[in-house]
Ligand binder design. Structure first.
Ligand code: COA
Length: 374
């Protein structure tokens, strides 16, 4: 397409129609995951998500990083490397933790992660994954007026996350639920934060710069900031007799129901069922699940009624909220826990992008005024 300026100078511009959310744009090839929005299927490096739900987070890291790193190939090696890196990360927080005091918990994590040098001598991808639980647990404890708890290198990643949060070892059922959560959110195609990480990595800015950018993208309520508001919504609804009226009023006010809708899934997000299963494994979760199910049922009926042209289904965040509440995270820390899991995908995509070695630099379509004739 060409447009004419007032001086008759022809400019050649990008001709394809622009979709503002890049919905139909394929911006990368990846070996890590495929999101099939029509079938409600998530494939992670050759496995359906449901097949991975019993794996440890370390095993999924081994799967994602396989062939891209020269060390830490096996689940056992990764477990050891992560434990050592958690100890390293813990040494870094002492001076900086007070600076997080006036920030939200995700802003606190952003501050601590951005303090890490890109020239850090430890393997960056390992340290990035290891640092998030250390920082997130210390920030959550500080918000509650508690001192940070040092990592325990004998524990697996999920178990140590809960140990650093609570100051004692968590029961096996909670460790299992958190492991399942971390695995479930480990990677998910070219979501906004992963795309951000790849763009930054493509400039060769380094791993920590890339993951800080990814975290900034994750923090928004349309991406990783939703599960806290899901609990706020359940609390605001209060009891079963109020469900329909509350949801109708929210939609009338033009609000979005948190935990519903997705850019790619037009059917139920497969992660929702894996996480619902994980909540069911937690003792004392019965009442909360029954209530959440009743809210979900009514919300889906209302969304189908009010937005008939747009299939809106339950997304990952709805049952995320219940899992994270069930294992004892304060809701203000939910986005940080999401980051702990998604760091697996971010680091894998950064490694993939670095191997590719190509700067990401799309074009825009100029629709502004042309200069006056000189
Ligand atoms: N509640 C009510 N309406 C919703 C909705 C929700 N959760 N999600 C989408 N819609 C509606 C929009 O209002 C819009 O309606 P309109 O066409 O009448 O204006 C239509 O569906 C399309 O919305 P759009 O924002 O274009 O879709 P998207 O693909 O860009 O949005 C999300 C995807 C996830 C951002 C969106 O579904 C959302 O905001 N969900 C709630 C937040 C959430 O759960 N985030 C976690 C995502 S994993």
């Amino acid at each position: 397409m060409t447009i004419q300026s007032k001086t008759s100078t022809a400019l050649t511009l990008v001709s394809d129609p622009v979709s503002p959310g890049l919905e139909n744009t394929i911006a990368a090839e990846t070996i890590f995951s495929h999101v099939d929005g029509a079938a409600g299927r998530l494939i992670v490096r050759g496995y359906d998500l449901e097949q991975l739900s019993d794996w440890s987070f370390e095993a999924v890291l081994a799967l994602l990083w396989q062939g891209l790193v020269s060390h830490e190939d096996t689940e056992a090696e990764i477990r050891v490397a992560l434990a050592q890196a958690r100890v390293h990360a813990f040494r870094l927080i002492e001076t900086l933790l007070p600076a997080t005091d006036n920030l939200s918990q995700v802003e606190g994590l952003r501050l601590l992660l951005s303090s890490m040098p890109d020239a850090e001598p430890l393997a960056h991808h390992v340290l990035a994954v290891a640092a998030v639980p250390v920082f997130a647990a210390a920030i959550a404890r500080r918000s509650a007026g508690l001192a940070p708890v040092a990592p325990d290198t004998t524990l697996g990643h999920a178990a140590d996350f809960l140990h650093m949060l609570h100051g004692e070892n968590a029961p096996a059922e909670k460790v299992k639920a958190l492991d399942t959560y971390l695995v479930t959110v480990a990677d998910h195609g070219l979501n906004a934060s992963t795309f951000t990480a790849r763009v930054i990595a493509s400039t060769k800015a380094g791993v920590f710069s890339s993951v800080v950018g990814a975290l900034c993208a994750l923090k928004g309520p349309l991406h990783g900031g939703a599960p806290g508001p899901v609990l706020d919504m359940l609390d605001a609804i209060g009891d079963e007799s109020n469900i329909r009226a509350w949801l109708v009023n929210a939609l009338v006010r033009g609000e979005r129901l948190m935990g519903f809708g997705h850019r790619i899934y037009r059917v139920r997000d497969p992660r929702a069922d894996v996480l619902k299963q994980a909540v069911t494994g937690l003792r004392d979760s019965g009442g909360r699940i029954n209530f959440a199910e009743a809210v979900e049922k009514e919300a889906l009926a209302l969304l189908a009624e009010k937005k008939p042209l747009r299939p809106l289904q339950t997304n990952v965040e709805f049952y995320t909220a219940l899992v994270l509440e069930g294992v004892g995270f304060p809701r203000e820390s939910f986005t940080n826990v999401f980051a702990a899991g998604r760091m697996a995908g971010w680091t894998a995509h950064i490694l993939e992008q670095e191997h590719l070695g190509k700067l990401i630099r799309p074009q825009s379509k100029y629709v502004g005024p042309m200069p006056e004739a000189r």
